[in-house]
Design a binder for this molecule. Structure first.
Ligand code: ATP
Length: 277
């Protein structure tokens, strides 16, 4: 039975659709990355998958059944705010969650000190350990690596991957595009809907940016930087989104800035900006 199957899931807040007709599946052993800008609807969708929030329309099945408290025993969840007790130590938190799920506490080394006083990377690791203590078949992680150092992020991803290899279905929301690349499959949300899905290359498929390479790159950037335009610097190359290359080249020429202007494949970040805007 598929760990997650959501069909046409919609959630209105008043007349505003935070999630609008979303289909989502997560199979055992796969890591699905849920990506999208702030406010795209990821957390609202996750809360509905967990049965914490009722959908306005559509239906959700976890292991073939509606999400309920009983089903939660098969699910490990790390919320954005971690769901830890800040006035307990790391071990006390782990013991608490082990008791809740009647699992044996993990006796791996955990640091002393109240959890709220430990570095965020350590807190996130403890939250992850608490979520997997009862060996769940489905793991739902809402931005599990947000605010964590690159090294700690890599460590968390090793643990995520290990759980999937052990057969768990994993749904991870993330803002970090280098992490999105580590998921087996991506679902990109924008303004409540699934705007694109598939592999990283499926999502970026055919999308392009205009790259400007100029000795006077800072001047080129200032010239091209307009409020109605998406523009970025990658090293010293200026990248302009959703604009024909001849328009960009024309502006530079008129300003007397010599530059090489070419069309290049968009990055995932750039694709998200274009889709999400
Ligand atoms: P983030 O990455 O910032 O967590 P997100 O993709 O998870 O963003 P959501 O938190 O799901 O986005 O929010 C989607 C939209 O729904 C936002 O515009 C948010 O303001 C709105 N929203 C979420 N919860 C509520 C609520 N309880 N009442 C009204 N609006 C809400």
């Amino acid at each position: 039975m598929r760990p997650v199957a959501a069909r046409g899931v919609t959630r209105l807040f008043g007349s505003f659709a935070a999630v609008d007709g979303v289909d989502l599946d997560v199979a055992a052993g796969e890591v699905v990355g849920l990506i999208g800008a702030n406010g795209a609807g990821k957390t609202t969708l996750i809360r509905m998958l967990l049965g914490l929030l009722q959908p306005t329309a559509g239906h959700i099945r976890l292991f073939g059944e509606p999400p309920t408290r009983e089903r939660r025993h098969r699910v490990g969840y790390v919320p954005q705010n971690l769901g830890l007790y800040r006035d307990l130590t790391a071990n006390e938190n782990l013991e608490f969650w082990a008791d809740v799920f009647s699992a044996a506490p993990d006796d791996g080394a955990t640091p002393d000190g109240l959890i709220g006083e430990l570095p965020l990377g350590v807190q996130r690791r403890v939250a992850f350990l608490a979520a997997i203590e009862h060996d769940p078949e489905l793991l739902i992680l809402d931005e599990p690596t947000s605010g964590v150092s690159p090294l700690a992020r890599a460590g968390l991803w090793d643990m995520i991957r290990a759980r999937a290899e052990a057969g768990a279905a994993v749904l991870v929301s993330t803002h970090y595009m280098d992490e999105a690349a580590q998921a087996d499959r991506l679902v990109l949300m924008a303004q409540g809907v699934v705007a694109a899905h598939g592999s990283l290359s499926d999502i970026v498929a055919g999308r392009t940016a205009v790259e400007v390479v100029a000795d006077r790159w800072a001047e080129a950037f200032e010239l091209l930087d307009r409020t109605d335009r998406r523009i970025a610097l990658a090293g010293r190359a200026v990248r302009v989104l959703a604009e024909p290359p001849d328009v960009v080249a024309g502006e530079l020429r008129r300003a007397g800035i010599e530059a090489t202007v070419r069309v290049v494949p968009a990055t995932l970040d750039e694709t998200m900006v274009v889709i999400g805007s």
